[in-house]
Design a protein around this ligand. Structure first.
Ligand SMILES: Cc1ncc(COP(=O)(O)O)c(C=O)c1O
Length: 434
């Protein structure tokens, strides 16, 4: 090439959640039957969409030709007005429909948000980190994503002191990312913690991003508190919501951002304008889900449906907690939201010489070849795939310095779910003993 056409942040783009699939597929070709515990797609895991939701969508497709057309850049006014009214009704919060911007899923929103952030400005995010955020933020800056610790011995709560110190000593940090409920830990943050983070943002003149795509999937003792309930009327913030997980409808590619306290800071307002301008160049986001959103969310069956789903995840979270509690050498906290659980290997229980028996000779050779230069938790994950047929995501794939792995709570068949976890628990024991 005449010039180097590679973006300086290209090396930051990694997505272990899908990358591990390549190894899994190879193993499938060699005859291993795989349980895919890596992807957070409820539909792929067999969640059935209620008939009434399908009827709403099919009625729009059949009777409303405008659902095949473009929508306004920011999104359909009827959808943005609905969200604005909902915030007022549920939390007494004022959100101008003009401060809502639709995207083709939050993946698209995340990409645009970091791409149009000034190169020198950083957003600090949680560790373990959801790779779409950490990769996009790292790529924008051309260096590794800056993170704050989630404390796995303290209910995965954000280490507020760590945030404060990193913000204080790193003047390039302009924003703090919160993921609540969190992926990959499944934790829901208490109001007190959110308030402390808001105070740091206030003190250091930062903006906040709160990814709340799992807002309606929470089942802990405390209510999930949306960021807009604690930011007051001064701290600039972006709240991210979407349809992928709760309807669930990830294939609709529909997510949106809600911008709060835009007018309190002209630089923040200019930055938000750049996001709208960037979206204008793309024309608009998917129209059909925006048409369906107010109809689905205002339906009397929606809240009972969300409650029923949350109860299912709650039961599975309890079962997973019960099963992993019995295993020495790991910490596995009971999730309170979303549909993930992170299992952490305690310090120094993993080493390079551990393995699991692999009956299939071809699979054994393949795994022994690919583990040569991988992190210790990835080595465990590879052995778990080849030796037991379970694909989980190693925590090191979440930018984490902890070793562990993430499982999902999506398996709908209760017996199979518990059976799978018991097998994984047994394999952990065997691996640590090996
Ligand atoms: C925390 C978080 N944010 C955003 C997304 C992306 O969602 P979408 O389907 O809207 O792109 C996911 C998907 O797993 C997620 O876990």
């Amino acid at each position: 090439m005449r010039n180097n056409i590679v973006h300086p942040g290209a090396d930051e783009l990694t997505y272990e959640i899908r990358e591990i699939v390549e190894a899994g597929r190879e193993l499938e070709k060699k005859g291993i039957r795989m349980h895919w515990e890596n992807i957070g797609d409820p539909v792929a895991k067999g969640v059935t969409i209620p008939e009434w939701i399908k009827n709403i969508v099919s009625d729009i497709i059949t009777n409303d030709d405008s659902s095949y057309g473009y929508s306004p850049t920011k999104g359909l006014l009827e959808a943005r007005q609905f969200i604005s009214d909902l915030r007022k009704k549920e939390s007494g919060v004022t959100l101008d429909p003009e401060d809502i911007l639709f995207f083709n899923g939050l993946g698209d929103a995340i990409s645009i948000i970091y791409t149009y952030l000034n190169r020198g400005s950083r957003v600090i995010g949680p560790n373990p980190a959801y790779p779409t955020h950490s990769s996009a933020e790292g790529a924008h800056a051309g260096s590794r994503h800056i993170t704050y610790r989630l404390k796995h011995h303290r209910n995965w709560l954000p280490d507020v002191e760590d945030i404060r110190n990193k913000v204080k000593y790193n003047p390039s940090v302009a924003g703090i990312l919160i993921i609540n409920p969190d992926n990959p830990t499944g934790m829901v943050y208490p109001k007190r913690i959110l308030e402390e983070i808001v105070n740091i943002a206030r003190e250091f003149d930062l903006f906040l991003i709160s990814d709340e795509i799992y807002a309606n999937i929470s089942y802990g003792a405390e209510r999930m508190v949306p960021l807009y309930e604690v930011i007051g009327n001064d701290v600039p913030a972006i709240v991210m919501r979407g349809l992928s997980k709760e309807v669930p409808w990830p294939g609709a590619r529909c997510g949106w951002i809600e911008v709060y306290n835009k007018k309190t800071d002209p630089i923040f307002a200019r930055y938000i304008k750049s996001l709208v301008d960037a979206k204008t160049l793309e024309v608009c986001s998917t129209t059909l889900p925006q048409k369906a959103l107010p109809k689905i969310m205002s339906d009397a069956r929606y809240h009972p449906y969300l409650k029923e789903k949350a109860l299912e995840y709650h039961k599975r979270a309890d079962a997973a907690y019960r099963i992993f509690k019995e295993v020495d050498g790991i910490t596995a906290l009971r999730p309170e939201g979303a549909f993930y659980m992170s299992v952490v290997f305690e310090d120094s229980v993993l080493n390079k010489s551990q393995s699991l028996p692999i009956a299939n000779q071809e699979a054994k050779e393949y795994i022994e070849h690919v583990i040569t230069d991988v992190s210790l938790d990835k080595q465990f994950a590879y052995y778990l795939m080849a030796g037991a047929g379970f694909c989980v995501v190693p925590l090191s794939g979440f930018n984490s310095d902890l070793y562990g792995f993430r499982i999902t709570l999506l398996e709908a068949n209760t017996e199979m779910f518990e059976e799978n976890l018991r097998t994984i628990a047994q394999k952990i024991k065997e691996y640590l003993r090996s």
